[in-house]
Design a protein around this ligand. Structure first.
Ligand code: GLU
Length: 373
């Protein structure tokens, strides 16, 4: 399965971690960037379409600004990112120019992807660049991304980009070999897990134990990104970007890294966007009958099945649906605000009409806008 996916992957997102391309003391590692450019261009030469998500702006900026420590405040991080991003792109420009390969800079915030129109615009730009034979190099738009519109880490960004462009494979390059049974620095008996078929609680625990990176994410965000894209039907490969030649070797059949198989179900792009890109503004708990109707019979959510409403949302916002125990089992776009829903929860259609008049939609969440998780 792994070999088949690698062989058949046409569109690939390659995420490059900060520590591979920059260090706080000496800034960008031009030799490393050149080598990664060689290897990525070689993969593209085999007929794949490649998009890159590269970190390294903040670390490169820290060195250029001569800061003593990793900045703590958001504005300082943003300043470092602004200074570092242009350097980072300049290094990639030079590295790929040697190979006659054009690149483009794309900076995104989470907000760009949570608005459906902007999501589609970004998708058109990226696919047009690919049609032109260009490699888009994406980073978070760190200079404008305040907390509530941030991805926060580039593993999540790369996962969302894989979804944005309908990629077949996400490759996360970092400075470790993959996911281990334990933290390999603490326990020399730890072994690499070559294949993950399902991200279980056990895998999450191991990811926590082997979190040993310099970048923002650590192993936990990598596992989360892998899980997200697996649900969308996309495979993830964690690979050591420090090992020269490993990336092309993997495409030639070499065994390395940790490979996460996708799940069978491939959600439509729109449903995936609802499930994974949008952030829930609130949640509703529903009764057992409503839950069964949503999960087993593919029905829409009606006000009569809603028990409690929490959070503040407007019609069109994403809201989580939870069972009586508070466990989230679905997510969807609501047709009513939290205020209205609080007034009509538990009521039947005729009662709703009596209470607040005729409503535009009968459903609280229409099944077309609902994803079972
Ligand atoms: N966007 C940040 C940068 O370029 C990196 C975030 C991360 O490490 O995941 O420095």
């Amino acid at each position: 399965m792994r070999d088949q996916i690698l062989k058949q992957a046409r569109r690939i997102v390659v995420k490059i971690g900060s520590s591979l391309v920059a260090s706080r003391g000496s800034g960008l590692r031009a030799d490393r960037i050149d080598r990664l450019a060689d290897e990525i261009a070689a993969v593209k030469q085999t007929g794949c379409e490649v998009l890159m998500v590269s970190s390294g702006a903040i670390i490169s900026g820290i060195q250029k600004l001569g800061l003593k420590a990793y900045p703590k405040s958001l504005p300082e991080k943003q300043a470092a990112a602004a200074v570092g991003q242009s350097r980072l792109m300049w290094a990639y420009e030079k590295a790929f120019e040697r190979l006659g390969q054009k690149v483009a800079q794309i900076l995104l915030t989470h907000q760009d992807l949570s608005d459906r129109r902007r999501f589609l615009n970004a998708r058109h730009t990226l696919t047009t660049l690919i049609d032109f034979g260009v490699i888009p190099i994406i980073n978070e738009n760190d200079t404008v991304a305040v907390e509530e519109i941030r991805f926060g880490d580039n593993d999540s960004l790369a996962g969302d980009v894989a979804h944005l462009v309908d990629a077949d494979l996400l490759i996360i390059l970092s400075d470790v070999d993959g996911l281990f049974t334990e933290d390999p620095r603490k326990n020399p008996a730890a072994t690499l897990i070559p294949l993950v078929t399902d991200i279980t609680k056990d895998i999450e625990r191991r990811a926590g134990a082997s979190s040993s990176f310099e970048g923002t994410g650590g192993m936990a965000t990598k596992i989360r990104a892998a899980q997200k894209v697996a649900d969308y039907g996309v495979a993830t490969l964690l690979l050591n970007g420090d090992t020269p030649g490993l990336l092309p070797a993997v495409f030639a059949g070499a065994a390395a890294g940790t490979f996460f198989l996708p799940h069978g179900r491939r959600l439509t792009s729109r449903k995936h966007w609802i499930a994974f890109t949008l952030r829930a503004k609130g949640h509703v708990t529903v009764d057992d009958g409503a839950m069964e109707a949503l999960v087993r019979r593919g029905k829409s959510l009606l006000a009569s099945g809603v028990l409690t409403v929490s959070g503040t949302f407007d019609s069109g916002d994403a809201v989580s649906c939870c069972d009586r125990q508070g466990k989230e089992f679905a997510k969807g776009l609501v047709n009513v605000s939290s205020d209205t829903l609080t007034r009509i929860k538990g009521l039947k259609t005729a009662e709703i009409r009596k209470a607040i008049g005729l409503q535009e939609y009968e459903e609280v969440i229409h099944r077309d806008n609902l994803v079972i998780l």
